[in-house]
Design a protein around this ligand. Structure first.
Ligand code: ATP
Ligand code: MG
Length: 565
């Protein structure tokens, strides 16, 4: 068990946790039992992460259980690929949280489809109580009748006829849409969800878990409350749009005169995040139209994309805690997410030197062939991270941006005749700018103050700028993928055509010069290329072809842009 499982963080308080805490104090239930019920029709996104952290977090904080349940009642839209990705994503996000009680110890998640037999029996029980009927209206007619608050002409069928027709629906006697099973509640209820809603429909389709066994499938509203009941869920937490379904949730359970305590539904505001889209349908569109490389493209707001980009589960969980749980829908500023990521990476990232856009410099007074091994600090935020050696030689690369031939005022990096400190090394002075025939700067000739490195006579001498560098001979050439926000506006969804706001510069691929220690970079480590950004190895990186992804820049360049306008 890792440290993070032992010590439960100060949990945030919110209205749902307050309700749970009250129930715990009253000993209302033997234990608290929540669930996270994704439909396996797409990959999980950061909105789901909020719900996972809430449901698993409550189980963890109150010594309860949380089930991961595939809400798989719609066979035509679902797929095992999604089941697998959901399991992987949830496991990753709650890693270090997955202590004994968490329901997901991951032999097998729960499936609503495992309960199809029981749910079918519950439907028969409703029919026998005169609370459900088989309806022959077409799907369109049903919608229209419900919209108008009109009763179905088939509403008063006898129990016997309903039982017979429902059994024949199950036996496959009728084509899709020919008949349905509907709850008998109130055709003209002010709440449309109570206007005799569908509870079973005919769908001749194979299911990824149950194969060809069924040709009728329960509707979400019917399956969901019953799955909650079957699993012994106490707090069924969902997003606000289900508030209007709650009377139906309660009606179904109460109508069945069930022996055990009934689950209760609670709703909270879903996460909407700036500069992205969140609906599975739109994310799928980005994937299918190849506007991104896949569901786990590091620019996607999916959990797998965010993970691939190099974000840690701790950062995502902190984000979920920071945003809180409320009843009010609103858009969360993406800066809140980025702040959580930076805060986490600042603590853990190993500092390394790397040059993204190299400009060669030659230290004229440093002997050819000489190599010095200099000490560099691995992480100033973590004294246990120690030091490493970095090679220094006569020819180096610095960042092209760190030199300006005609510098603006207050430019404290390198300029003709000016001095700058090379991080962990010497103060250098630029003596000469070498250009090619086209006038492009190809090299700088410099001299070093050879007493100015750590331990030297002029080590304490101050110059205004410090820049990073790598030794030309020792640097490794590596593919670096510079990711940025996928959309250019905070609300790409606002007027429908979200694709017109795709950021054309959301990915730039370059070959960068990295300090040689990075050839042993590990996928579980995080790196800060000093003065630049945080990076992590891509999942496709290999010793033969190292690939780094930029997780996030050190500072928010977008905020600076916004100020300029
Ligand atoms: P669909 O349109 O496919 O139903 P969905 O976003 O509702 O999409 P589900 O797989 O049904 O996806 O969601 C699983 C759980 O995650 C639900 O309990 C849902 O309320 C919650 N959830 C989904 N989106 C968000 C979000 N943006 N913020 C918080 N919770 C969310
Ligand atoms: Mg849903």
């Amino acid at each position: 068990m890792s440290d993070s499982t032992k010590e439960i963080p100060a949990a945030p308080s919110d209205f749902i946790r307050d309700i749970v805490a009250k129930h715990v104090a009253e000993k209302k239930y033997p234990h608290i039992h929540t669930r996270f019920p994704p439909e396996p029709n797409g990959y999980l996104h950061i909105g789901h992460a909020k719900s996972i952290c809430l449901n698993f977090g409550i189980a963890r904080e109150f010594g309860g259980i949380c089930n991961l349940r595939m809400d798989d009642t719609n066979p035509t839209k679902e797929d095992v690929e999604y089941v697998d990705s959901i399991r992987a994503d949830v496991n990753w996000l709650i890693a270090g949280w997955a202590d004994k009680n968490l329901g997901l110890n991951n032999s097998k998640p729960f499936y609503a489809s495992d309960y199809f037999d029981q749910i079918y029996e519950f439907a028969i029980a409703l029919i026998k109580k005169g609370k459900a009927f088989v309806c022959d209206l077409s799907p369109d007619e049903t919608d229209e009748y419900r919209r108008q608050g009109k009763a179905s002409p088939f509403r008063d069928r006898s129990v016997e006829e309903n039982l017979d027709l429902f059994a024949r629906m199950k036996a496959g006697e009728f084509p899709d849409g020919k008949r349905s099973l509907r709850a008998k509640i109130q055709p003209d209820s002010p709440n449309i969800w109570l206007r005799d809603p569908l509870i079973y429909r005919i769908k001749h389709a194979e299911h990824h878990q149950t194969g060809a066994k069924w040709c009728i499938y329960p509707m979400y509203d019917f399956a969901h409350c019953l799955s909650d009941y079957i699993e012994g869920i106490t707090h069924s937490i969902c997003t606000l749009e289900f508030e209007v379904h709650r009377p139906l949730y309660d009606w179904i359970l109460e109508s069945l005169d069930l022996p055990r305590a009934l689950p209760k539904q609670y709703e909270f505001a879903r996460l909407a995040l700036g500069y992205t889209v969140m609906s599975k349908r739109k994310l799928m569109q980005l994937v299918n139209e190849k506007l991104v490389t896949g569901w786990d493209d590091p620019r996607m707001p999916t959990i797998s994309g965010i993970r691939r980009r190099g974000v840690t589960p701790e950062a995502l969980r902190n984000f979920a805690y920071n945003i809180g749980i409320t009843k009010y829908n609103g858009i969360t500023d993406v800066a809140v997410l980025e702040h959580a990521i930076r805060e986490d990476l600042n603590k853990r990232a190993l500092r390394r030197l790397a040059v993204l856009r190299p400009l060669k410099i030659v230290i004229a007074n440093f002997p050819e062939g000489k190599i010095e091994e200099l000490d560099a600090v691995n992480n100033p935020e973590d004294e246990n991270a120690g030091k490493r050696k970095i090679p220094f030689s006569r020819e180096l690369f610095i960042e092209r941006d760190d030199f300006q031939e005609i510098p603006p005022p207050k430019f404290f990096r390198l300029k003709p005749g000016g001095e700058v400190r090379l991080k962990y090394a010497y103060i250098i002075k630029c003596d000469e700018v070498v250009k090619d025939a086209s006038g492009k700067i190809v090299e700088l000739r410099c001299t070093a103050d050879l007493d100015s490195k750590s331990g030297g006579a002029t080590a304490g001498r101050k110059v205004k700028g410090t820049i990073h560098w790598v030794s030309a001979k020792h640097a490794i050439d590596v593919e670096v993928r510079l990711y940025d926000r996928l959309f250019t506006v905070p609300e790409p969804d606002a007027d429908g055509d979200f694709k017109k706001f795709l950021n054309p510069h959301s990915l730039e691929v370059i070959t960068a010069k990295l300090e040689p220690s990075l050839k042993d970079a590990k996928s579980n480590e995080r790196y800060q290329f000093e003065r630049l950004a945080y990076f992590a190895l891509d999942k496709d990186s290999s010793p033969e072809k190292i690939i780094f992804n930029r997780t996030i820049t050190l500072k928010d360049a977008w905020a600076k842009e916004a100020q300029k306008i």
